[in-house]
Ligand binder design. Structure first.
Ligand code: TPP
Ligand code: MG
Length: 371
């Protein structure tokens, strides 16, 4: 086990003071440690490709930089890796967590966990496993950094589960009275029987499943940030069915461009809910940038017919049925706190991902496509 302090201090001694990424729970304590250091910065990136862009810009600005991501986000990073860093010869030190890498894990991680080393090889990207013992750390990092500088390209360290030890940071506080699961319960109460629901990646979909599974719920397991696109596709294919998206702030920010597409095509049958805790709660409660971003203004500027925000349960319960029946697209931002709900079951204990898609599609097909 490597202490976050030892890891970060060693990197800082090699001039790495600029860190960026999208969180994985494997890096939870490292991110907290960096955020607590006055002379280091952790820059929140909306997605992994942006993280590599940010780190590359820092390098051009004279600051060598580190990217920390989950392996699920390797897909997002490949575009700048191949068409920016490789050809412009911009070195960046990248740490990639190994979900489903040599361990049993959730199905959404399986393919990437098995194939990521082959992917890195295909991309001519040098990679090593990060040692799990502190006494091997300096040697391994030195070798990687040396290769990165001489070859003038990004190098990757794969990080196994449990590599980093504990770091006790003060928990982030939040003044909003509602818990995420309570907001989800209100949403569940207000749904019509025929409504089609798309619930976002991570704990929001797990909690929504726990509150009360119903036909017509699509639970996104991986593919973070793409729930809006999925819902827009179904909304356009089935203008006769009401589509309700249950998004998270981190996921909404990840591929926010889809908001412009939703606004542009303007499906009347789509309501976009964002359960906003200003956090990537699922991966260990790291801050997102949502605190400083006006989602309602963005939605309206992109062509949504209305955008509203609720901060407590009573008004949400009173008004949500109205907004769910309005002509869309409508954005409903729901501010919730960062309190964790323990022991939420995994959806995969009941359904495979393929079963989720199949039963959803069957539910849609119960009513024929209108002429
Ligand atoms: C491309 C990608 N990057 C990172 C992750 C890891 N991940 C899973 S859920 C999650 C946080 C989601 O945050 P948000 O949408 O705000 O939901 P919350 O957990 O806060 O309710 C992250 C970072 C992932 N699954 N996919
Ligand atoms: Mg969140």
């Amino acid at each position: 086990v490597i202490s976050p302090k030892v890891f970060v201090e060693y990197l800082a001694s090699k001039a790495f003071r600029f860190y960026t990424g999208v969180p994985c729970s494997y890096f939870k304590n490292v991110i907290r440690y960096i955020e607590d250091q006055h002379d280091l910065s952790y820059v929140m990136a909306p997605n992994e490709g942006s993280a590599l862009g940010l780190a590359s810009g820092a390098y051009l600005g004279g600051q060598p930089a580190v990217v920390m991501i989950q392996n699920s986000g390797l897909g997002n990073l490949i575009n700048p890796l191949t068409s920016l860093n490789a050809i412009y010869q911009v070195p960046v030190l990248i740490f990639v967590s190994g979900r489903a890498y040599g361990i049993a894990d959730e199905p959404q991680h399986e393919i990437m966990g098995k194939k990521m080393t082959q992917l890195l090889e295909a991309l001519d990207c040098p990679y090593w496993e990060l040692p799990q013992e502190e006494n091997a750390l300096a040697g391994a990092l030195d070798k990687g950094i040396e290769q990165m500088m001489t070859r003038k390209k990004p190098v990757v360290f794969l990080v196994r589960q449990g590599t980093f030890g504990a770091y006790a940071a003060a928990p982030a506080s939040s003044a909003y009275p509602m818990k995420r699961i309570d907001a989800l319960a209100v949403i569940r109460e207000c749904l019509g029987e025929e409504d089609l629901i798309f619930a976002t990646t991570g704990k929001p979909s797990r909690e929504f499943f726990a509150i009360g599974d119903r036909p017509g719920n699509f639970y996104m397991q991986g593919s973070m940030g793409h729930i809006g696109a999925l819902a827009l596709g179904t909304a356009l294919a089935r203008p006769d069915r009401r589509i309700v998206v249950v998004d998270g702030d981190g996921a909404f920010l990840m591929h926010m461009g889809i908001v412009s597409s939703i606004g542009h095509y303007g499906p009347k049958n789509l309501v976009h809910l964002v359960v906003d805790n200003e956090s990537y709660e699922t991966t260990g409660d790291q801050n997102t940038t949502s605190v400083s971003t006006d989602f309602e203004a963005i939605a309206k500027a992109c062509g949504y017919r209305a955008a509203v925000c609720f901060k407590e349960q009573t008004s949400l319960r009173q008004s949500l049925p109205h907004w769910l029946r309005q002509d869309g697209p409508v954005l409903v931002r729901i501010k919730v706190n960062r309190q964790e709900t323990k022991d939420i079951p995994r959806i995969t204990t009941r359904y495979t991902a393929a079963q989720i898609a199949e039963s959803f599609k069957n539910f849609v097909e119960k009513t024929p496509v209108p002429e």
